[in-house]
Design a binder for this molecule. Structure first.
Ligand SMILES: *Cc1c(COP(=O)(O)O)cnc(C)c1O
Length: 232
C-alpha cells in the first residue's frame, strides 16, 4: 500500500506538470491537495514520506484527531474541504491552514473568532454551487461579492479565492469550470490577492486545469477507493 501511494503521487505530479506546461505562464502553478478522508493515518505518513505536504479532510472530528496524531510532521498543511456546522468550527479553526467550504457569514465569523491568535489568519475560499444543485452546499454566484465583503472584513481570516464541486459527470462540466474561471476574475478585480481557484477531483482535474484551477483535490487517484462503511 505504501509503495502504491508513492507511485500514485509520482504519477499524478508527472501528469500535473505535463498539463501545466500548456497553461499561460501568467497563471499560478497549480498545487495538488491529497484528500485523505476516511483513510488511515498510515496512508498520510506514506504520502508525507513521498514528499506530499498538503492534505484535505472533510470531517472536523477526523481532521482534529489526525492532526493531533501527526503534529510531529511539522510541515504538513491541512485543508478543510467539507461541510461545516457551527458547533464544529472550533476544531477546524485550531487545526486547518485552509478552509475551502465557506458558504455562510455565520460560519466565517465563528472561524475568525476561534482562530488562535498565535496562528496566522485562516486562509479561506468561498464555495460556489456552480451547477445549482439543490443537494449541494455553496452559494449562488450572485451572492459571491456580498459574502466576499463580509469575509474580507474578518481579522482572523484571509480571503484567498473560490472553490467548487461541479456536478459529477454533468453534461455542463466544461461550462461550469469556465463559469468558475469568470467568477474568479470578477472576484480578483476587487480582491487582487484572492487568486486561488480550487476545482478538479480525481475524475475531472485535467479539464479543471484548462480553466485556471490552482488547487486540485485528489482522493481516489492517490489513496484508492474509499470505504465509508468503516467510517465513524
Ligand atoms: C472527497 C472529495 C474530494 C476527492 O474526491 P476524489 O474523487 O476521490 O478525488 C475532493 N473534493 C471534495 C470536496 C471532496 O469531498
Amino acid at each position: 500500500m505504501m509503495n502504491n501511494i508513492a507511485e500514485q503521487l509520482a504519477l499524478a505530479y508527472q501528469q500535473l506538470h505535463k498539463f501545466s506546461e500548456s497553461r499561460p505562464a501568467s497563471w499560478p502553478q497549480p498545487r495538488l491537495i491529497a484528500v485523505s478522508k476516511t483513510k488511515p493515518v498510515a496512508d498520510i505518513v506514506a504520502a508525507f514520506a513521498a514528499g506530499q505536504r498538503q492534505f484535505g479532510e472533510n470531517y472536523p472530528q477526523e481532521l482534529a484527531s489526525k492532526a493531533a496524531e501527526l503534529t510531529h510532521l511539522g510541515e504538513l498543511e491541512w485543508h478543510f474541504i467539507g461541510p461545516l456546522q457551527s458547533n464544529k468550527t472550533k476544531l477546524v479553526a485550531e487545526t486547518a491552514s485552509w478552509v475551502h467550504s465557506i458558504d455562510r457569514e455565520k460560519i466565517a465569523r465563528r472561524l475568525s473568532e476561534q482562530r488562535p491568535p498565535q496562528l496566522p489568519p485562516l486562509k479561506v475560499l468561498l464555495q460556489i454551487n456552480i451547477s445549482a444543485e439543490t443537494s449541494k452546499a455553496g452559494i449562488a454566484p450572485a451572492e459571491m461579492l456580498s459574502l466576499a465583503a463580509a469575509v474580507a472584513s474578518l481579522p482572523g481570516l484571509q480571503l484567498c479565492g473560490l472553490m467548487a464541486i461541479p456536478e459529477a459527470q454533468g453534461k455542463n462540466l466544461e461550462q461550469d469550470f469556465a463559469a468558475m474561471q469568470q467568477l474568479s476574475q470578477q472576484l480578483q478585480q476587487l480582491y487582487p490577492q484572492a487568486i486561488e481557484l480550487s476545482m478538479g477531483m480525481s475524475d475531472d482535474w485535467p479539464l479543471a486545469l484548462r480553466y485556471g484551477a490552482t488547487m486540485i483535490r485528489l482522493g481516489t487517484a492517490i489513496f484508492g477507493a474509499r470505504n465509508y462503511d468503516k467510517h465513524e
